[in-house]
Design a protein around this ligand. Structure first.
Ligand SMILES: Cc1ncc(COP(=O)(O)O)c(C=O)c1O
Length: 385
């Protein structure tokens, strides 16, 4: 006995792949979490908060020092003005920020555009909120946004669009031209833009990250969402935030208030320390991730995968056609950990349109170089397998 809204949903493939990795003692390049710790200063700040009474609920919207630090960050990095008292809400990860926004916004039957491939949490979040996902594919091989296809998906039922840049799983970083085209459609159809900018600081080759809210006419119709999990290697802390103008902020705050009350208090204190890290932290982050990206690209090339280097985020979609594997991406993703000891995610679980992504698997490379090297050694044994 379960609710009809669960029809067609199943457990997350990504988390299933993590369990499969544990079963086979495989190197886990499936789920997107680092195998290294947050910066020492940030961990120390969490300890201090635990030891000094920071253990009770914070204000529902988030501890004031954290909301102030987020407002200062948005101003400093992107020139965006958000009032910490009205516009910023600290949530339990980006996942909760997205869900609260969708629940606060959608009426039954409202359509929400998802650009596919997409992070697998989006469609369930829309369905839980009573909405209907509508998929628009990025065009392979460079995963550019096709504005004609996007235009065709907008209609009078379109309430919102979710925009994830830098993009998981393709690594695409949306260009200003793509974002301008998308912004024009949101304005034409009076749709809300919900952004997922969780990889805003993991971006390569000096590409700029452009928040959609910074484009003309978009601040008043955009919910800008980001989080601490990826930038500070703390995915298990479950800390994220949403920045939005009054009407949208009030809607998502009402849902947040009654679903989670507040995000974990001592970790909110630690995230203030994270936002106070010097610019050098971000330079080093880029340098470290660039080295990891180069490493995974060379490993995948040598192992016979075809893949494009990501422009941002920490994933590679890799075509395994050259392996001449007898089976689809799900079969390949189950075979790989069992036979070569490396766990990945089947490409098609990032698509809502059947048949897409079936010749690819996703590698997550937020790992120490020695972990990636070990995975490379295992993949190089493919002819023996
Ligand atoms: C694009 C994207 N959005 C959201 C999430 C989840 O974010 P959080 O852990 O902050 O809920 C992930 C995690 O991998 C992601 O890749």
């Amino acid at each position: 006995m379960f609710a009809q809204r669960l029809n067609g949903l199943r457990e997350s493939f990504i988390r299933e792949m993590t369990r499969l990795a544990l079963t086979h003692q495989a190197i886990n390049l499936s789920q997107g979490f680092p195998d290294f710790d947050p910066p020492r200063e940030v961990i120390d700040a969490a300890h201090r908060a635990l030891d000094s009474g920071g253990n009770q609920y914070t204000i529902t919207w988030g501890a004031p020092p954290l909301r102030q630090a987020i407002a200062a960050k948005m101003k400093r990095w992107y020139g965006l003005d958000f009032d910490p008292d009205q516009h910023i809400t600290v949530t339990c990860g980006v996942t909760e920020a997205l869900s609260a926004t969708l629940m606060g916004l959608l009426n039954t039957g409202d359509e929400v555009i998802i650009i596919e491939p997409y992070h697998e949490g989006y469609a369930p979040a829309i369905i839980f909120a009573g909405g209907v996902p509508r998929f628009v594919p990025l065009d392979a091989p460079d995963y550019a946004l096709n504005l004609d296809k996007l235009r065709a998906a907008f209609n009078s039922r379109t309430r919102a669009i979710i925009v994830n840049t830098p993009h998981n799983p393709t690594g695409h970083v949306f260009t200003r031209a793509e974002l301008e085209g998308l912004a024009a459609l949101c304005q034409q159809f009076n749709a809300v833009a919900i952004t997922d900018e969780i990889y805003e600081h993991i971006i390569y080759d000096d590409r700029p990250h452009i928040p959609l809210a910074s484009l003309p006419g978009m601040a008043e119709r955009t919910v800008t969402i980001s989080g601490f999990g990826k930038t500070f290697a703390a995915t298990g802390w479950r800390l994220g935030y949403a920045c939005a103008p009054n009407n949208l902020s009030n809607a998502l705050r009402t849902v947040h208030d009654f679903t989670t009350i507040c995000a974990p208090a001592p970790l909110q204190a630690a995230c203030v320390a994270a936002l106070n890290l010097p610019d050098e932290y971000y330079r080093q982050l880029n340098c470290d991730y660039s080295a990891r990206r180069d490493k995974i690209m060379s490993i995948l090339g040598e192992a016979g995968f075809i893949a494009r280097p990501p422009e941002g985020a920490y994933y590679v979609m890799a075509d395994f056609s050259a392996w001449k594997f007898d089976g689809d991406d799900y079969a390949f993703a189950r075979w790989l950990p069992a036979n070569l000891g490396v766990a990945v995610v089947p490409g098609s679980c990032f698509y809502g349109t059947p048949g897409m992504g079936a010749n690819a698997v996703r590698f997550a490379f937020a790992k120490k170089l020695e972990t990636l090297n070990a995975a490379g050694e295992r993949l190089s044994k493919r002819t023996a397998a």
